[in-house]
Design a protein around this ligand. Structure first.
Ligand code: COA
Ligand code: AMP
Length: 624
């Protein structure tokens, strides 16, 4: 069946389409209804059904003869380790850690925060939660204590799983000071924490409320799978919105398993037994979906890579991994390829490796610029596929569906709407624009399985953020075009979210951090273009009247504040002290214009500006 037939079927007969896809999984109880629309615009997939995601990711394969196949390969150039876990071995560890969680009082529906580096115990913790129907919330290791605390407060977990340290290149990053500070901020110092002691920073003395992973696992009883309502959350993953307050994206068990399993065949064109590598981090949605769940649900071998594209040890790191583990499909962010290209522009390091196992490269997380796409195509000599998605969707909204019908690539476009996603472009009044014209990219409801049905504990915020703006549509937050051939072009965000090296950050959170400096009266953070990371934060601060400071020292302090309150991934490119911020007469900061000035681009004087002279002042401040 062609892509277009597949796509039309998915929209015309969604219950049949996704019901067939769901039959590829094991259900403890079959659903009553594939799509429950009785409470529209809040939809639920597979209502009445019961499923266990961990059973489908592990036990099912062990029972059907795949037990000895590699499920997970932990490849860690930063520690010099490569460890392979077969499906049988991974199941044994997960079942025992599920027993540990139960022993410490975690039950169906309880939350568990996982704040961990890229080590196998992180994957084991996630799957163990799934096994007992607990809801995990993984927090990216590069976030600072305050960000971690916000997530702890919102998720209200039963316990935390963490590790003694992360390793960034050759640096050991102690995790416990951050964790302890976060627990103190959250008023949760008595919360039990299960800690993995890593040899790079061993934990010798156990503090109160601390449980050693190793000791707990020694005496653990393996535990089986609990039947979980399909509409119950598998996890909560926090993501940045317009305000500093992160949004807890909820992912239900049933729809998630169905969509991810379907995507492996139809989008990525991989089969059970193939080696699949998402070079991302389990703290991000790509890591959740394509390091942990999708490859395992599909019976593939997944790679857990604790390293960087460059510097661990050099720009050949990816090629070494592909060669050593015979990777068939690689998924990463364009920024990783820009980093590799910067160090090995002619691909000399690449040619020292046999990457003949590689069939495809998938890119996501930010728009892939045509230059990077063409470079990757030329070097790898395989199809390079940009695809578009977000934490909220959990899987691709636009892609080149290689497993259905490979479509011609148009550089700069993530190709076409994925079956299930009725993508439209609307003007600000909610009218659909003509093909080729730009506007707000929305998806007509219902969203397909696997997407968010709500925000954790805040249905109203879910409605206000995503559904209120245009009737019967989900607002993606992205702006762009659908051309006459149905190709989607994602051009920019319509809100204050920026994308730094594939990491999604809220400028609001950065502004909140800068505003904590007592000398700062007002501030604004924008994203400015960066050749390597796509965008970098750039801050503007207005000081309190009469304050005299050493600007160099102040900037250093402000950068440090951002690093310690949001995290090192948000380090601003620069912070500028200005006399005033440019605003509209209604008081809205003119970020778009500031961005143009900071990037040295031409700009049109906004008609609504309160005082045009401010822009000149900013341009002068940037020059000095
Ligand atoms: N734990 C602790 N600190 C972390 C961290 C983690 N998990 N991840 C990043 N950091 C720190 C880094 O050590 C660095 O700290 P520093 O400023 O003290 O040196 C800072 O955060 C910025 O890190 P990063 O964004 O990784 O930049 P970099 O310059 O070290 O590396 C790239 C640049 C392009 C190689 C890197 O950003 C990269 O690999 N990006 C791909 C991201 C990705 O896969 N995204 C997933 C979307 S699919
Ligand atoms: P995140 O939720 O962190 O995955 O970030 C999602 C956002 O990143 C999207 O809303 C887009 O703004 C951007 N994004 C992700 N993938 C792409 C892509 N392939 N092309 C353009 N923008 C992308």
């Amino acid at each position: 069946m062609s892509y277009i037939e597949n796509y039309r079927n998915s929209l015309a007969r969604p219950e049949q389409f996704w019901g067939d896809a769901a039959d590829q999984l094991y259900w403890s109880k079959r659903w009553d209804k594939v799509l429950d629309d009785s409470n529209a615009p809040f939809y639920e997939w597979f209502a009445g059904g019961e499923i266990n995601t961990c059973y489908n990711a592990l036990d099912r394969h062990c029972e059907s003869g795949r037990g000895e196949q590699a499920a997970l390969i932990y490849d860690s150039p930063v520690t010099g380790q490569v460890i392979t876990y077969s499906y049988d071995e991974l199941l044994d560890l997960v079942a025992r850690f599920a027993g540990v969680l139960l022993q410490h009082g975690v039950a169906l529906g309880d939350r568990v925060i996982i704040y961990m580096p890229m080590i196998p115990e992180a994957v084991i913790s996630m799957l163990a939660c799934a096994r007992i129907g607990a809801i995990h919330s993984v927090v990216f290791g590069g976030f600072a204590a305050k960000e971690l605390a916000t997530r702890i407060i919102d998720a209200d977990p039963k316990l935390v799983v963490s590790a003694s340290c992360g390793i960034e290149g050759s640096r050991v990053i102690p995790y416990l000071p951050l964790l302890e500070e976060a627990l103190a901020i959250a008023g949760a110092t008595e919360m039990p924490r299960i800690l993995v002691s890593r040899p790079q920073l061993p934990l010798d003395v156990l503090q109160p409320y601390v449980i050693s992973w190793d000791q707990a696992m020694e005496s653990a009883q393996a535990f089986g799978c609990v039947a979980v309502p399909a509409t119950d959350p598998l996890y909560i993953l926090y993501t940045s919105g317009t305000t500093g307050e992160p949004k807890g994206v909820v992912r239900p068990n049933g729809g998630h398993a169905v969509a991810l399993k379907w995507s492996m065949d139809h989008i990525y064109d991989v089969q059970p037994g193939d080696v699949y590598w998402a070079a991302s981090d389990i703290g991000w949605v790509v890591g959740h979906s394509y390091i942990v769940y999708a490859p395992l649900l599909h019976g593939c071998t997944s790679i857990l890579y604790e390293g960087k594209p460059v510097g661990t040890p050099d720009a050949s790191a990816f090629w070494r991994v592909i060669e050593q583990h015979r990777v068939k499909c690689l998924f990463t962010a364009p920024t990783a390829f820009r980093a590799i290209r910067r160090e090995d522009p002619d691909g000399a390091l690449l040619r020292q490796h046999d990457i003949s196992s590689l069939d495809t490269l998938f890119l996501a997380g930010e728009r892939c610029d045509p230059d990077t796409l063409h470079w990757a195509e030329k070097q790898l000599e395989v199809p390079v596929i940009d695809h578009w998605w977000q934490t909220e969707s959990g899987w691709a909204m636009a892609a080149n569906p290689l497993g259905i019908e490979p479509l011609p690539v148009k550089a700069g476009s993530p190709t076409v709407a994925v079956p299930g996603y009725d993508i439209r472009v609307l003007d600000d009044m909610g009218n659909e624009v003509a093909p080729g014209e730009s506007g707000n990219i929305v998806v007509r409801l219902p969203l397909p399985p696997g997407t968010l049905p709500t925000l954790w504990g805040n249905q109203q915020r879910y409605f206000d953020t995503y559904l209120a703006r245009f009737e019967n549509c989900y607002l993606t937050g992205d702006a762009g075009v659908v051309d006459a051939e149905g190709y989607v072009w994602v051009m920019s965000r319509i809100d204050d979210v920026i994308n730094v090296a594939g990491h999604r950050l809220s400028t609001g959170a950065l502004e909140e951090a800068l505003a904590t400096n007592p000398d700062v009266a007002e501030c604004a953070v924008i994203g400015v273009e960066d050749k390597l990371k796509g965008e970098l934060p750039f801050g503007f601060v207005v000081l309190n009247a009469g304050v005299q400071v050493d600007e160099v020292g102040l900037k250093k302090d402000l950068v440090q504040i951002v690093r310690s309150q949001v995290g090192p991934i948000a380090t601003p490119r620069d912070i500028l002290v200005v006399a005033r911020l440019p605003k509209t007469r209604s008081g809205k900061i003119l970020r778009g214009t500031m961005r143009k000035i900071a990037e040295g681009q031409e700009y049109v004087m906004p008609a609504t500006i309160e005082d045009p002279a401010v822009l000149q002042e900013i341009a002068e401040a940037l020059e000095t």
